[in-house]
Design a protein around this ligand. Structure first.
Ligand code: C2E
Ligand code: MG
Ligand code: MG
Length: 635
């Protein structure tokens, strides 16, 4: 039993050289017509006509294309068998007619030349066919027998010794031809199978080289090829091409918190889902890391938003890993060709810009490319690239903003404020660069450096002033944070009670249990925790009892309103009293005027910070200030 594909190739070999079939058919029909005409025998004339008609039918079958040249799909077994049967019927019919015509020539004429013409033509045809059709040996053997059998019979029945001898010779010749046919078939079959296996292996390897190892979807190479092919067929095709470029939000955090295997499981789960949803409409590829791209043919640009929504929905469904659900969300950038790009590079660049904006505007959403977005996004991306080597180049430094005790007007602590002076962009505000560092995950490394540097500076000051370091939510979720804090304290010999860590409310929203555990671990080291910017965002009073904070920082938006808004006075008053009852200290930030300070003093707020009291300054300036007893806060 041979495989369908092998059989297909062998059957195709029957049609491989139509010219040999045409030459054979034309030559033998011409000889038959000549013999019939010269002999004038009516049976021979009928035979010659039948032969010529069959020859014509076979030539038509042989010259007809078997299938469209670019059709790559394999034909079914049934189709191949049908094709083979058609050939078999024509071949046997023709061979029988030729053999019969030879027999009639031997029996119905006495003309030796006509007999010679018939016999040599038939035997020559039989010999030729045995080699030509060896790929389908039963056809070849059938033709051989059908053509030569009647000749042998015709020679034998003449009882002429010479003709009997010729019949025997032809019989032996037929046996030899059969053996050659079978041997040839054997060789052809082996060669065909071997070449097919080689082709299949090559195809398998090529497919493997185009797959992403981890997720099994297309890789960058396959994606690029497909995109180029899609672009080539775009002009005049009547459809558009959408590209959805997606990036999982904070994938690094998942990797860091749950381990690489969980991260891999998440990528595989999401890739499989996307492939199932969009694989048939276009191509789904992993471009590396946690980035995927999907290219679809769409009829109207508006369809792209439907696809974007579907992508977000699919990504947000949890992926199970060892019984634990892993949650993710994605940001998606969309560009549609030909409007947003007439070549693959432009379209990709614009989809990438759109992705950047999607990330920037809050994650978990999709954004279409808009020409105006280039400049801002370009800056963010360049800053992200610049940030990679910035620590090593010494571009980061710290400023310290003193925080004063409202009662004694002493400096009680200093908030540590990170500054970045980039070689290309100059000073960049933390309001701009901290989110970029959070996106890339670099905040963990930078934050560790901040803690260490801040401890080092504070340990050199004479007075027992505390330092308050801002922590990003990403840092708080990094499992080695307590160890990093402990390491910094040990190396700089700063007593733990002199360090405080400030976190904003946003951190409390996600994973409350985990956050409480980390805050407690920090407190267990003797390090204080402060709730920063209280009053903004979701401010819930339940945070105050639920989470272990020793200090509450009242957001500067309330302070700036103190002079005009009695409501703000009431709010600050209430927060301060509530915090005091819960055993927490309060710090008011953003004091810019004497009036604000006066208002504040009417409350029982513990400490104050603001440009009116002191600007952020270098560590050495704080050192000098602390050493000089005469320098006090205004008031
Ligand atoms: P924040 O923690 O609320 O820091 C206080 C911000 O208010 C600082 O801005 C400070 O310079 C500013 N400020 C102080 N007094 C006044 C005032 O009287 N009026 C006004 N209008 N502003 C005042 P800065 O340094 O630009 O920092 C902005 C934010 O960047 C910080 O807000 C903090 O969330 C973040 N940040 C700064 N350094 C770090 C850091 O080392 N790590 C992390 N994760 N975030 C940091
Ligand atoms: Mg702060
Ligand atoms: Mg603040």
């Amino acid at each position: 039993m041979i495989a369908t594909q092998v059989r297909e190739t062998l059957v195709e070999s029957l049609y491989a050289s139509p010219q040999s079939l045409v030459i054979g058919a034309v030559a033998s029909s011409a000889i038959a017509v000549t013999v019939a005409t010269v002999s004038g025998d009516p049976w021979l004339i009928i035979g010659a006509v039948a032969l010529t008609l069959t020859a014509c039918a076979r030539m038509v079958d042989a010259l007809r294309p078997t299938r469209p040249p670019d059709e790559r799909a394999q034909r079914s077994d049934l189709q191949i068998k049908r094709q083979e049967l058609i050939y078999l019927a024509g071949a046997l019919c023709y061979s029988m007619l030729l053999g019969g015509f030879g027999l009639l020539t031997l029996t119905n004429t006495d003309d030796g030349v006509l007999q010679l013409l018939s016999v040599t033509t038939t035997i020559g045809y039989a010999a030729g066919i045995a080699g030509r059709n060896a790929g389908r040996p039963w056809i070849a053997l059938g033709q051989l027998c059908c053509a030569s059998g009647p000749i042998i019979v015709g020679l034998l029945v003449s009882l002429d010794p010479l003709k009997v001898e010729l019949a025997i010779v032809i019989g032996l010749f037929v046996v030899a031809m059969m053996s050659i046919t079978l041997q040839t078939y054997d060789v052809i079959l082996k060669a065909t199978v071997a070449s097919m296996e080689k082709a299949a292996l090559a195809e398998y390897n090529a497919a493997l080289a185009r797959r992403d190892d981890l997720t099994g979807v297309a890789n960058r190479t396959a994606f690029r090829e497909q995109l180029e092919a899609d672009f080539a067929s775009l002009p005049g095709a009547g459809h558009c091409l959408s590209i959805h470029w997606l990036d999982l939000d904070r994938f690094k955090e998942i990797n860091d918190s749950f381990g690489h295997l969980a991260g891999n499981a998440l990528l595989c789960g999401i890739a499989a889902r996307l492939d199932e949803a969009f694989g048939r409409r276009g191509i789904v590829a992993r471009l590396g890391g946690d980035e995927f791209a999907i290219v679809c043919r769409i009829q109207r640009p508006g369809e792209a938003s439907g696809i974007g929504r579907e992508i977000l929905r699919l990504v947000e469904q949890p992926v199970q890993h060892h019984g634990r659900p892993l949650h993710a969300s994605a940001s998606v950038g969309i560009a549609v060709a030909p409007t947003d790009g007439r070549d693959p590079d432009t379209l990709l660049k614009n989809a990438d810009l759109a992705l950047y904006r999607a990330k920037d505007s809050g994650r978990g959403q999709f954004c279409f490319y808009e020409p105006v977005m280039d400049e801002k996004v370009e800056r963010s991306r360049n800053l992200a690239a610049e940030m990679k080597g910035a620590l090593g180049r010494g571009e980061f430094y710290l400023l310290f903003q003193p925080i004063f005790d409202l009662q004694g007007t002493e400096v009680v602590s200093c908030e540590v404020l990170l500054r970045w002076n980039n070689r290309r962009y100059g000073p960049v505000s933390p309001v701009e660069f901290v989110p970029i560092a959070e996106d890339s995950g670099l905040i963990v490394e930078i934050g560790r450096w901040v803690i260490r540097e801040a401890c080092r500076s504070a340990s050199r000051w004479s007075a027992e002033v505390k330092i308050a370091v801002n922590l990003s939510p990403i840092q708080l979720r990094s499992p080695d944070l307590p160890a990093a804090i402990l390491g910094a304290l040990a190396d700089t010999e700063l007593p733990a009670h002199r360090l405080e860590l400030e976190v904003t409310e946003s951190v409390l929203l996600a994973d409350a249990e985990g956050t409480i555990a980390v805050l407690k671990a920090i407190n267990a080291l003797g390090v204080g925790t402060t709730l920063d910017d209280f009053g903004t965002g979701y401010s819930s009073l339940s945070y105050l009892t639920k989470f272990p904070f020793q200090t509450l920082k009242i957001d500067r938006s309330f302070i700036s309103d103190l002079e005009q808004s009695p409501a703000s006075v009431a709010i600050v008053q209430t927060i301060v009293e509530l915090a005091a009852k819960l055993g927490m200290r309060t710090v008011a930030e953003g004091i810019e005027t004497q009036a604000q300070l006066d208002q504040l003093r009417r409350t029982r707020c513990d400490a104050a910070q603001g440009y009116f009291l002191a600007l952020p300054m270098s560590a050495s300036m704080v050192g000098a200030m602390l050493a000089d007893d005469r320098i006090r806060a205004r008031g």
